[in-house]
Design a protein around this ligand. Structure first.
Ligand code: KG4
Ligand code: ZN
Length: 332
């Protein structure tokens, strides 16, 4: 079964063709450069950029897969959570395509997409599917959810952020340090040259709960930077490394504790922050099994993950398939 899948929930326009929920036949992604100027995402600009990019990107995705629309079996699109205008553009475009080609339309929860990115592969050798039950940490620009995946499409929320999302914290600290946007990859790069023990920062700890809180850490970094500025120099690499250590340790410790408590068969990451190598290392060090992480290109928003989630939605209908576009759509 081949699914043409569309992702437009935030600032990435993605269209992919995915076979049987796992094999990527094509995966075209256009990042909206417009937001670099504003240092953050302007929702209306995002929606307009999606509208402009969708048609050429869809044609490219079909060309890369060497397919015509009529050879596809279904059309899928993210219907939430995300920016409502951006979601509406992609979902309506997808519905229109499906209607024109006489194909079924499948609505996809973006967060399920981040989870199912772990099922994707590009090469000829087929990696084994992740074993369930699993603990999954979904960390993106808007979400930090720690979930127990009991079976396909059966998620139980263990904990989540009570304030900022992990990616949001990376982005805000990057802006504070004058590094640019999006902040995650820039902090990671700067941190490589820095000393992670240079500045002790609060570890964003909510003891004996699986929830996260990052706003205190963000404020602590703000205070630190202000006091360093008064002294005349801000050692950007050291601050970046100290911040990265504090945030990744909090995420890793809770993920590892959840995995041990629930005796799961795998531990997986998803979402843009999962591209962070320090986070992976912190988790791997604590769990007694290999960690599943999609390749960096599939951690950040893309169409292929939507195609994977759509396939498993059709195969496991136990959980309702979302059809209406909603900005707020929890994973569990
Ligand atoms: O999943 P995603 O592409 O979009 C959302 O659904 O939000 O995640 C984007 C977030 C941004 O906050 C970005 O700074 C962060 O993921 N990110 C990273 C890295 N790459 C992207 N954070 C830390 N380290 C990275 N290497
Ligand atoms: Zn995302």
């Amino acid at each position: 079964m081949r699914i043409l899948a569309i992702e437009t929930s935030c600032d990435e326009t993605g269209v992919a063709v995915v076979e049987d929920g796992r094999r990527i036949r094509s995966n075209v992604i256009a990042s909206q450069a417009a937001h670099e100027l504003t240092g953050g995402i302007v929702p209306e600009v995002a929606a307009r950029e999606h509208l402009r990019a969708l048609d050429p990107i869809t044609q490219q995705a079909l060309r890369d897969a060497r397919m015509e629309l009529r050879e596809v079996d279904a059309v899928a699109a993210t219907v939430g959570p995300g920016l409502i205008g951006a979601l509406l553009v992609g979902a309506n475009y997808g519905r229109g395509l499906a209607l024109a080609a006489g194909l079924p339309f499948v609505g996809v929860n973006h967060l399920e997409g981040h989870v199912y990115a772990n099922w994707l592969y590009e090469s000829d050798d087929v990696p084994p599917e992740p074993e369930l039950p699993a603990v999954v940490l979904v960390v993106s620009g808007a979400h930090s959810d720690l979930v127990l995946m009991e079976a396909h499409r059966r998620f139980r929320l263990l904990g989540r952020t009570i304030d900022d999302a992990a990616g949001e914290a990376f982005d805000k600290v990057a802006r504070l340090l004058g590094l640019g946007f999006p902040g995650g990859p820039l902090i990671e790069r700067a941190a490589k040259e820095g000393d992670a023990n240079a500045y002790p920062l609060p570890k964003a700890w909510l003891a004996d709960r699986y929830d996260f809180s990052f706003s205190g850490l963000k404020t602590a970094v703000l205070r630190l930077v202000r006091s360093l500025e008064e002294k005349g120099v801000v050692p950007v690499a050291d601050v970046a490394a100290s911040f990265q250590k504090a945030i990744t340790e909090a995420l890793a410790e809770k993920t590892a504790r959840a995995a041990a408590e629930h005796g799961v068969r795998s531990v997986m990451l998803g979402g843009g922050v999962a591209a962070n190598l320090a986070l992976r290392a912190e988790i791997e060090r604590r769990i007694g099994m290999p960690l599943r992480v999609p390749p960096p290109r599939l951690c950040t928003d893309n169409g292929a993950m939507v195609g994977a989630a759509a396939f498993f939605s059709l195969r496991h209908r136990t959980t309702e398939i979302p059809s209406l576009v909603r900005s707020n759509m929890p994973l569990a």
